[in-house]
Design a protein around this ligand. Structure first.
Ligand code: CMC
Length: 428
């Protein structure tokens, strides 16, 4: 499509150019709307607003398509791994041998936290949620590397590797701190995901037994979460980056946005919901009735998506992986049975069908993480580790865009019009 849009406002017609993406998505360019008409667009929740042009990730929610840099998510899930996919997202192409080697070496060289950061961990109360620690510690890490602020462009590959590597170390340390356990330092001989499991679960003098099937399952979870175009946290990262804040500050803001239960926090909320249903002896039907009752604000967590209106391709892969992991471990989980039952009922129920609500990535991921032994309050941290390459790629795109402007939406003001100050004595 190469057409133009026409807008009629108060008898005046404004012609608006259209922008067509490489997958033929059409955007109406309203850049000059306010200048020419004095009006703005209003789109609460941004369901119809494209905030940027981006070459990183493509989603077709109607068809259930997700591609990173043009590669289908199912093919990457089968043939790639988290680190290779992270390189692809950040640098745009699959790495050759040398590039992958260099990227891995940079990750290993940057895996240690500055020893001074140990004291920051000490200052958190034992009740601190690991997402609060993660966000604070990512921001704190920038203060140990001042050139993140001053040489953010020329040193980008180092900063990116440092962030990706250290987020994993911070996450593991926050778990150890919450459990009152001594921290376990990373081992250079281990690959990214194995090294994370080692830091989480080894004990001084006794290494955790690294099972290949669990390493692969967690690596897959990271890969499936690695990017998802302009979701809430990625938009936050881009928003902060647009003010020219540094990479660590931008990513730290992304962690905060991810934490909420409607976004990354849904994986924790799903497990809590399944546990509650299990504890109440419900087979899921009572819970679903409550969800459909509009006088409550209950939601079937792990269901629904702003963009996917047919199926979430990540959910299909994760469900299959969930069955595989449990059978490899010779484990069964009553929560998996409840999840399957809920899905079965919901997919036939008019409430969910008419609203196009399907299981999303979070519906089954928690059951895998539980089987690995990751505590519930660390689930969203796993999402953050996985999403880091996507945030870094989006940050890079903002930084390299010569036309990038500070993000600064407008509003329609609905408050009081001008009124005079009332002295205290005269207030009722
Ligand atoms: N359970 C029950 N009803 C729902 C659900 C749900 N999970 N999701 C949406 N609805 C209903 C909602 O009540 C509304 O109904 P009505 O039209 O009668 O008022 C309708 O569906 C549209 O919902 P919405 O809130 O306008 O949709 P949205 O696009 O703003 O929200 C969502 C998308 C993902 C926040 C929402 O579906 C939700 O809250 N899901 C549960 C939380 C969840 O699983 N989040 C993880 C998303 S995937 C991982 C990620 O990318 O973060």
């Amino acid at each position: 499509m190469t057409g133009k849009a026409e807008l009629k406002l108060d008898g005046k017609t404004l012609t608006l150019p259209t922008v067509v993406g490489s997958e033929n998505e059409v955007g109406i360019d309203v850049t000059n709307l306010r200048k020419e008409t004095g009006a703005i667009t209003l789109d609460p929740g941004y369901g119809n607003t494209g905030s940027c042009e981006s070459a990183i990730t493509f989603i077709d929610g109607e068809k259930g398509i997700l591609r990173y840099r043009g590669y289908d998510i199912a093919e990457l899930a089968e043939k790639s791994n988290f680190i290779e996919t992270a390189y692809l997202l950040i640098y745009g192409e699959l790495p050759d041998h040398v590039q992958l080697e260099e990227f891995s070496s940079l990750l290993t060289e940057n895996q240690m936290l500055h020893e001074g950061m140990r004291f920051h961990f000490e200052s958190f109360p034992p009740t601190a949620h690991p997402m609060a620690i993660l966000s604070a510690m990512i921001n704190a890490a920038s203060s140990y590397h001042p050139n993140i602020i001053h040489k953010r462009e020329e040193r980008f590959p180092y900063h990116a590797a440092r962030l990706m590597s250290q987020v994993r170390t911070i996450a593991a340390f926050s778990h150890r701190k919450a459990q009152g356990l001594p921290v376990i330092y990373p081992k250079s001989s281990l690959k990214y995901t194995a090294n994370f499991l080692h830091m989480m679960f080894s004990h001084p003098g006794e290494d955790y037994e690294l099972k290949p099937e669990l390493i692969r399952a967690l690596d897959l979870i990271f890969l499936l979460h690695a990017d998802h175009e302009q979701n809430c946290s990625t938009s936050t990262v881009r928003m902060v980056a647009s003010s020219r804040a540094n990479l660590f500050a931008s990513a730290s803001a992304g962690v905060c946005a991810l934490w909420g239960p409607l976004h990354g926090g849904a994986n924790q909320a799903v497990l809590e919901m399944l546990e509650q249903i299990h504890d109440e002896g419900d087979d899921g039907s009572k819970f679903l009735a409550a969800v459909k009752d509009k006088t409550t604000d209950r939601r079937l967590m792990g269901f629904g998506h702003r963009v996917y209106k047919n199926f979430d391709p990540r959910a299909l892969i994760i469900k299959e992986q969930c069955d595989k992991v449990l059978s490899q471990l010779h484990k069964s989980d009553p929560l998996l049975d409840i999840a399957k039952k809920l899905e079965q009922i919901a997919l036939k129920d008019d409430y969910f069908v008419s609203r196009k609500l399907y299981p999303n990535v979070d519906f089954y991921s928690g059951i895998i993480m539980r089987a690995i032994g990751i505590p519930l309050d660390m689930f969203t941290v796993m999402f953050a580790i996985g999403r880091m390459p996507g945030w870094i790629a989006n940050y890079k795109e903002v930084m390299e865009d010569p036309n990038s402007r500070i993000s600064r939406p407008r509003q329609i003001y609905t408050g009081s019009t001008l009124r005079n100050y009332t002295p205290m004595e005269a207030r009722g």
